[in-house]
Ligand binder design. Structure first.
Ligand code: AMP
Length: 280
């Protein structure tokens, strides 16, 4: 496995693979890799001849008061995990090489980026769409892999690929969780012991909501209330949002028939965590 920092080195590798008739998968990440990322890399390795993992803490998707500087980084651990999983190449660019002096082109989206996480993080998806477009242009993969953990991001990327005619298959992969249900996340490392315990409230609340729906509850507002009540019973938790939306267009729905996304964002202390499930 190779680790490269420049766009031209990535292009050189991919060009060689293409000459050999090989297929290429891409797994975009911000690093500090865990089992959730590994599940994406495993899937990519099983479906492509070569896999590129990008490790890039992308400054444009962080708001001014967010955790860009303190976001955890560990390239040694990341490269070991990628190598073990069978990746062929890590692309690890420096921010100033991705965003050259005078950088001024952004990919933005009008509709599905505005609700859910877009309310609290109004510039987040503009940064995500921009960096993912750049990675798509740099690697030009056959397939790219994204986690259902970031459900809105997955929907946004699918929408962008459709709108901008990227010739790339987007593959969504299931959420990988800790044994106690907490969705794995690089940001879980911010939690102290008490917060880590409290953080299980996200998956517990979602499980109850899901059960309630499976038992026949159709009103979104009633399902949301069950979820909110459970989260509010945890003193260290503060709700950012609890929403039930149509999985196809992310529009809020009054009833839970059809394929819906139930998504939540919750502050545990200062750490903002997200989780979700999709029905059907
Ligand atoms: P990140 O490094 O947080 O930007 O995540 C990179 C990719 O890994 C995204 O597509 C995430 O949705 C995915 N991912 C992160 N955590 C998980 C998880 N617990 N299960 C599945 N995929 C995940």
């Amino acid at each position: 496995m190779k680790i490269v920092e420049t766009v031209s080195e990535v292009r050189q590798c991919v060009k060689q693979w293409r000459k050999e008739g090989l297929t290429v998968g891409l797994v975009p990440t911000m690093g500090y890799l865990h089992e959730g990322h590994k599940s994406l890399i495993d899937r990519a390795v099983s479906e492509n001849d070569r896999v590129v993992v990008s490790v890039f803490v992308n400054p444009t998707q962080f708001g001014p008061n967010e955790d860009f500087e303190s976001y955890p980084r560990d390239m040694d651990k990341d490269s070991a995990l990628c190598e073990d999983a069978g990746a062929s190449l890590i692309f690890h660019p420096q921010p100033e090489k991705m965003y050259l002096d005078g950088y001024s082109t952004f990919v933005d989206m009008d509709t599905i980026t505005k609700g859910l996480c877009g309310k609290t993080r109004p510039t987040h998806f503009r940064g995500v769409c921009t960096v993912v477009s750049k990675l798509f242009n740099i690697v030009a993969p056959d397939r790219a892999y994204f986690g259902q953990k970031d459900a809105q991001q997955l929907a946004v990327i699918k929408h962008m690929v459709r709108d901008l005619n990227f010739d790339i298959d987007i593959v969504g992969c299931p959420i990988i969780r800790e044994e106690d249900g907490l969705a794995k996340s690089s940001r879980n490392t911010y939690l102290n012991e008490a917060e880590r315990k409290a953080a299980t409230v996200l998956s517990r609340a979602l499980s109850e909501g899901k059960k309630f729906m499976a038992d026949g509850e159709k009103k979104s507002s009633d399902v949301k209330k069950i979820i909110c009540d459970i989260i509010s019973s945890e003193p260290l938790a503060k709700i950012d949002y609890v929403e039930i939306v149509d999985w196809n267009n992310l529009e809020p729905v009054e009833d839970t028939e059809g394929q819906v996304l139930c998504a939540i964002a919750v502050y545990i202390g200062k750490t903002r965590l997200i989780d979700n499930f999709v029905t059907l």
